[in-house]
Design a protein around this ligand. Structure first.
Ligand SMILES: Cc1ncc(COP(=O)(O)O)c(C=O)c1O
Length: 374
């Protein structure tokens, strides 16, 4: 039996002895020992039709992926955030998923491992490319090292030197360019000339299943949350986390948090379809996607109650607060959920159990001190 028979639309192989195959025609997930694994001990993931990523089959696919990427990710801890609870008063309970302690410093490792894991051996041999302000590039570089794939990533010359160095440390070649439009042009050129696969930062089933593994962990570690707050950039993080939360904790409310200066998902929710903005203007560079795209938009729309916006001043105050009261030094994107709970959502969460996704910590000390105004 081939690893990817035509009737199989999604599946995941952990070893020669256990495999998960989702059959699109029967809409069923099978566990089988009959699969021939052409690359033992490596991730083999066959993607499904995007429309099938819903319901129990999606959850099983996320769980199967979780097993396969398990050797390369950490089960990040959950913190009872008593500093935030004290500031809120009113019996509110706050649990924070410290995903900024993940390999590579952000949740992005999950999606990158999932995306590279689904490439064919020929695609892996040709290498990968990506465009990123930093965290996605680091994650792609990390996943490329895991799979022994060559990575050539395009980053902005304004990117934090710390992030550029982390990519290089994982063995990726970094191409620096001056603006985001040029970055995409260069990545396209690299794709064409080198025949590399483009690993998207937030759109597509691989990314969503990757972030769904985070959602599954959150629901296992915090089984009784009432409200879950998730930062939103392009929406890949929120698409998978909210999908898992909807399936595992259906009575909870999921709210996406965006910076005012990059509120593409907020505008997309209002318009009922993906929207772009002309100018991104926020200190939360990791949340600075200039547009939403259909796949993650649809999943967010289906599983997220609404998008709430926070200002850069609220982000700075939250960074400062997290440092002083929780002893956490995080990048602005990571402070977004704290900013929301201390700001616009304060009254709404009173007396409830709130779970916060804290997503990234790739920031150098000077930038941190400047934003947190220490
Ligand atoms: C630390 C961090 N948080 C949140 C996000 C937003 O993720 P998404 O673009 O999938 O919404 C990113 C994206 O790069 C990130 O690096």
């Amino acid at each position: 039996m081939a690893l990817v028979p035509t009737t199989v639309s999604a599946g995941c192989v952990r070893s020669a002895r256990s495999a998960f195959i989702y059959n699109r025609q029967s809409n069923q997930l099978h566990v089988t020992s009959q699969v021939e694994v052409h690359e033992p001990h490596r991730i083999c993931f066959v993607m499904s039709n995007p429309k099938s990523l819903a319901g129990p089959a999606a959850l099983e696919a996320a769980r199967a992926l979780h097993l396969t990427i398990d050797p390369w990710i950490l089960r990040t801890p959950v913190l009872r955030a008593v500093g935030i609870e004290d500031a809120l008063g009113s019996g509110t309970r706050v649990s924070a998923k410290l995903e900024f302690l993940q390999q590579t410093g952000t949740f992005k490792a999950r999606g990158a491992l999932a995306s590279l894991g689904r490439l064919s051996p020929a695609e892996r041999a040709a290498g990968v490319t990506a465009v990123s302000a930093g965290n996605h590039a680091i994650a792609v570089a990390y996943a490329a090292r895991v799979y022994d794939v060559n990575a050539r990533v395009v980053m902005l010359s304004t990117a934090s030197p710390l992030r550029v160095q982390r990519c290089r440390d994982f063995g990726a070649e970094v191409v620096l360019v001056d603006d985001v439009h040029e970055a995409f042009r260069v990545a396209e050129h690299i794709q064409e000339t080198d025949g590399r696969s483009f690993i998207h930062p937030f759109e597509g089933e691989g990314v969503t299943l990757g972030t769904a593994t985070l959602g599954v962990e959150i629901c296992e570690q915090i089984p009784d949350f009432d409200v879950l707050l998730v930062p939103v950039g392009g929406g890949g993080l929120c698409s998978g986390v909210s999908l898992a939360a909807r399936l595992l904790n259906p009575s909870a409310t999921v709210i996406g948090i965006e910076p005012v200066g990059a509120d593409t998902m907020y505008r997309s929710f209002s318009a009922g379809e993906p929207q772009g903005i002309d100018r991104v203007d926020t200190i939360a560079d990791s949340l600075g996607a200039p547009y939403a795209l259909p796949y993650s938009f649809r999943l967010c729309r289906d599983n997220v109650e609404r998008i709430v916006r926070v200002s850069d001043d609220e982000l700075r105050a939250a960074m400062r607060f997290l440092f002083r009261k929780q002893k956490l030094a995080v990048e602005p994107a990571c402070a977004a959920t704290t900013a929301a709970v201390l700001g616009p959502l304060r009254d709404e969460v009173a007396g409830k159990h709130v779970a916060l996704v804290m997503c990234g910590s790739n920031i150098d000390w000077q930038t941190f001190a400047k934003y947190a105004e220490l």
